[in-house]
Design a protein around this ligand. Sequence first.
Ligand code: PLP
Length: 371
Amino acid sequence: MSGSFSAEARLIHAGTARTAAQPATPPLVPTSIYVSEGEPRRERGYGRDGNPGWEALEEALGGLEDAGAVAFASGQAASMALMLTLAQGRERIVLPADGYYGARLLAGKLRPHGTEPVHADLRDLAAVERELKGAPAVLWAETPTNPLLRVADLAALAEVAAAANAPMIVDNTTATGVLQRPLDWGAAASLYSLTKVISGHSDVIAGAVVSRDAELLAGLRAWRSSGGGIPGPFEAWLALRGLKTLPLRIARQSDSALAVARYLAGHRRVRAVHYPGLGAAAFARRQMPDGFGPLLSFEMDSAPAADRVVASSRLILPATSFGGVESTWERRARWPGETAPDGLIRLSVGIEPAADLIADIDQALATPEVP
Ligand SMILES: *Cc1c(COP(=O)(O)O)cnc(C)c1O
């Protein structure tokens, strides 16, 4: 499709065939085999190698960042393929100490294959530089981080990574390509859990890698075919259906999340609020000019106090994950392996009117601390 239209306009039409008498949207094609004989066509022989539904989803996702995309069964399947592709010949993978805990767990599994995970605070450029220069490395950045919502300076990190000859990848799950384009700041690839804001309706698990490096994309497709971490046709269909409304949803969610964060910052029972939109640095506003996304977190005095608040909501759903149309929250440290403070509640702001959310949080925070 012509590059002269905006990414958001192209997104709506991605995967659509402008062909008479054909459906206006990409059809669901559940199949494990294609009719084929003789020399097999790479992506139309066996269903583990290709599906028209993945390709439509990849066109839409890639279009958001003027790049190519490879869809996977989950964010973790995408991370695994990307880590395995990039770890080859590299001795270190440098990750944020406060980032998504699943990435840290997965990186630990690279040890027997010769790659050591190293944790660093991505806001400390000197520390990142030291770790990257110690051995051939990959920089596995994440911003804003989940669940502390810390923002790293991608332009500065890319410079440090380039000086160390280390590819930088960015887990862009919380911001999405609508709010932040890591490839423009020098990343080799953006990593996505499509499960979250991108599919947006809490009904699908899927993931993807987006990159402008054709060799990297081919390597990822090879891992997907041989490892089998493929998205189901229905999951890809749901993810694309959700993706088309992402710009609308995330604009509303960003506005509401900022309103909720401001309300929380003024509440006497709330010890700290983490949201990039509260007092954002100049580089953060440059990197995310259109908003800071649906996710925020705040701290209560103790785990029992946080548990009581979560249990007292009447609208916000107690649940993990984030980015759905419905608001959800949880005390994050209930998960083993999570390093968030004990009293931290992570809140994903949905598309309900902000006033309803604030009313619900207000009554939940008003419940007595001890039953
Ligand atoms: C959820 C998440 C993942 C993993 O994605 P799944 O789809 O659950 O496998 C990776 N990174 C971040 C930041 C996440 O929030």
